[in-house]
Design a protein around this ligand. Sequence first.
Ligand code: CA
Length: 228
Amino acid sequence: MSDAPRVLIVEDDASIAQFVAASLSASGLLPSSVATAGEALAALARPPQLLVVDLGLPDMDGVDLIAQVRSVWSGPILVLSARTQEAQKIAALDAGADDYLTKPFSVGELLARVRAMLRRAATGPVQLPLLRVGALVLDREAHQLQRDGVALHLTPIEFRLFERLAQVPGKVVTHRQLLADVWGSDQVDQLQYLRIYMGHLRAKIEADPAQPRYLLTELGLGYRLADE
Ligand code: CA
């Protein structure tokens, strides 16, 4: 039991903290809870395997907490946000959070996110030459994406866009992160580029571009590559 991953929950709403802790503990993890950002920073002296952070904390904005945490700790961070905190959610992802859940969420959603994050953290960034997702195979060395064994003809930007999402399968990448990494840091506001190229990419990859199976939209946030 002592080898079970430790999860630090930062949430000032006692009923949510308790719900999250009980769900994690029932699935074999070792949760502990603190109610303030100050306590969270102190608790990082004994680093957990995963951090769950509520964005609305009494002593500090959750986004600021994430930015501070990122200067000392690089493990996975899951954000809990209310529906009224859309802008903060994006800021939290840009500040270095890995994924998010919008309240109210179910035990199933919580555990699925947590499991995926712990799995990614255990295997490290995916940089193997070959990545397989469903019928897709990304061959990084050959600079090629195949579907059902047939090479797709992608433009350099389409390829970079897919490759950027494929660095973190299953994880949301924000619009700003994609624009900065594919087009350059001076292009982070050019949301229309991203929409246009994502449309092109879907037309080449998806069986039904209107109901994508691989390139998933995170409304108002960014995109994620399905991880299975
Ligand atoms: Ca709160």
